[in-house]
Design a protein around this ligand. Structure first.
Ligand code: ATP
Length: 591
């Protein structure tokens, strides 16, 4: 929950009143030993059902006990039992919802089953059974009720997590090298916090009603003063002293109504905050992929061949299982390589398999993707070894962020709106490079300057929604190179930007590539971008490699009709951003 949510709540008069009432009741309960004139169980036999007087301000009950004192101590019992119930429900439902929503799979299926089963149990019957089995205990009853109500937290959290786990900024966080634990704590928990707080206000109201109901039925612990037992006592003596029914009923009603009003006010504040975020997200497009997470395994060492490349993809095939049991191949027998200081353009029309190839290198394929053949080697080590059917995440964990950077297509969706630019830039550096926060801050400011951000100090403190698309893309480029990677995969890094900004961003990339001797794989469908920045180009169509060679050769003399068509369609009527010099003789593959 952001600070603005609390500020918005303070602007809601009903929310403020509800919060004030609840704080007052809580204080009354906490200070009961000081405020209460009598012990709540102290009985004056001569003053049974007495009317209010100087010593018993609200009179006495049927046992001659002071009503005011019992009311104050009852606030303690009632509020504590609500807190206990909510704590039990949260500690069971929240972690289970987080894990099930984030990882899915078997845990999700099992947790769903358990949650459905618990929800199907008749709550009151279970509580009555527990009372019969273990005797009257407010606390045990509330623990049991917490367990019974925990599926509501589980479902809420699971749904909230599922709604953000495919956000690109979650992928981007993983690519920047953050572990699942940190991603959950940093990006996911911030999304579920607000709904959980709202839910807690409402659950507390329900818990108070249930606890009072049990005491009213005489099923509670008679030694513990509570509003429910006072209500029961007042009900029995309503004809002798009707006020004894009024006080606990008022206390319960005011507390429950305040909790419900607080929950509603929080929800209104959250909806206001969400409207802003949703507008921003709609503007920036939807998330497109899920990130695969697998168990740890040791990297597989390989014998370095003579043709050692920074990145070497050999005969890569990948596909997706279909309902008839077959596998639809989306990448087939693709072979390519990139060396340090080289920019490889991966070109092809939409759906040609460029992004899938790049995601296989990054290990960002969806869970159901199957590697049908081939290998991927990064700097001599297999990330996809011969015979692998999936990309083993443990082999990429130490590479992503540190040695392989990623610049995504949609800048805004890849920055978490909840955190400042500086926070998002420095966290991976502190974790991956082991440097101090101050050092990371200095580096982040240098990085922002190096990608052409005019006022790095200001941008550092800014939240992403204050940035333009071009600025956000520069921030992501700064993030991608922050840990000095050897290879950067840029997936259509300029597509979402207008033409002038595109040229500026390409300038930044070109400059960094020269200065840092980066190997870059640039995924694009735009030959103009290729002409501007790439050294070599691989043309793909329908998942297969069509043609490969030095960029100038391909642009001047495309060997394949498809390349010519692609060139005609993208360069028609346009002048390449850099003049195409005479082609340098070099090996070229055409298929
Ligand atoms: N999760 C998936 N399940 C099934 N097929 C998929 C999945 N993701 C991608 N594909 C298919 O893989 C093929 C290649 O997609 P890919 O995203 O690599 O294309 P692309 O060349 O990058 O195009 P674009 O520029 O439009 O992203 C497409 O036909 C696409 O429908």
């Amino acid at each position: 929950m952001r600070a603005s949510l609390f500020r918005k709540l303070l602007r809601n008069p009903l929310g403020v009143v509800a919060l004030g009432v609840l704080i007052t009741i809580a204080l009354a309960g906490v200070l009961a030993p000081v405020l209460a004139p009598f012990d709540p169980n102290f009985s004056t036999i001569s003053k049974v059902l007495a009317s209010p007087d100087g010593s018993n301000l609200l009179g006495t009950d049927s046992g001659g006990r002071d009503v005011l004192s019992r009311l104050l101590y009852g606030a303690r019992t009632t509020l504590l039992s609500a807190v206990l119930c909510a704590a039990v429900a949260i500690s069971l439902g929240l972690p289970a919802g987080l894990v099930a929503g984030y990882y899915g799979g078997r845990f999700d299926a099992a947790a769903n089953w358990v949650s459905n089963m618990v929800m199907a149990l008749p709550g009151i019957v279970m509580l009555l059974g527990l009372r019969a089995a273990v005797g009257p205990s407010v606390w045990l009853a509330m623990v049991a009720f917490g367990v019974l109500i925990s599926p509501s937290y589980y479902r809420l959290t699971r749904t909230a997590v599922q709604s953000v786990r495919n956000e690109l900024y979650v992928d981007a966080a993983q690519v920047s090298g953050l572990g699942d634990g940190r991603i959950i704590a940093r990006h996911i928990l911030s999304v579920v916090r607000a709904p959980v707080i709202i839910q807690t206000a409402l659950i507390c109201a329900v818990a108070i009603a249930v606890q009072s109901g049990l005491d009213f039925l005489g099923l509670g612990d008679p030694t513990v003063p509570s509003w429910g037992s006072m209500l029961s006592d007042g009900f029995r003596s309503v004809y002798q002293n009707s006020l004894n029914l009024l006080w606990p009923a008022l206390a319960i009603a005011i507390t429950v109504v305040s909790l419900v009003l607080l929950g509603n006010a929080l929800r209104d504040s959250l909806e206001d905050a969400e409207k802003v975020t949703a507008q921003r997200r709609r503007r920036d497009g939807e998330a497109r992929t899920t990130v695969r997470r697998r168990r740890t395994q040791e990297p597989v060492p390989v014998e370095l061949g003579t043709e050692h490349h920074l990145l070497k993809v050999t005969g890569l095939g990948l596909g997706y299982p279909q309902s008839d049991g077959s596998i639809k191949k989306v990448v087939d027998d693709v072979t390519l390589h990139v060396d340090r200081g080289e920019v490889l353009g991966l070109v092809g029309e939409s759906g040609s398999g460029k992004t899938q190839t790049a995601f296989a290198v990054l290990g960002l394929l969806p869970d159901n993707a199957v590697i049908t053949g081939g290998t991927i080697q990064f700097d001599g080590s297999h990330t996809v070894a011969p015979g692998d059917e999936t990309v083993e995440q443990s082999r990429l964990r130490d590479l992503r962020g540190r040695r392989i950077g990623y610049i995504p297509q949609e800048p805004m969706s890849n920055l978490d709106p909840a955190f400042t630019v500086g926070h998002q830039l420095t966290r991976p550096m502190v974790k991956l490079l082991g440097i101090s926060k101050d050092e990371a801050r200095r580096r982040a400011l240098d990085l922002l300057a190096s990608v052409g951000i005019p006022d790095p100090a200001r941008t550092f403190k800014t939240h992403p929604h204050h940035l333009s698309g071009g600025m956000a893309q520069r921030v992501l480029i700064a993030g991608a190179i922050s840990c000095e990677p050897d290879l950067v995969i840029a997936d259509e890094p300029t597509t979402a930007l207008d033409v002038t900004v595109q040229a500026e961003v390409l300038d930044v990339l070109r400059d960094l590539q020269h200065r840092l001797q980066l190997g870059i794989v640039l995924v694009t469908h735009n030959f103009g971008v290729v002409a501007d920045i790439c050294d070599r180009v691989v043309v793909m169509r329908n998942g297969r490699l069509v043609e490969e060679g030095p960029v100038r050769t391909i642009l001047r003399e495309p060997a394949h009709d498809y390349t010519r068509e692609l060139l005609d369609s993208t360069l028609e009527g346009k002048t390449p951003m850099t003049p195409l010099l005479t082609a340098t003789p070099s090996a070229r593959v055409s298929r």
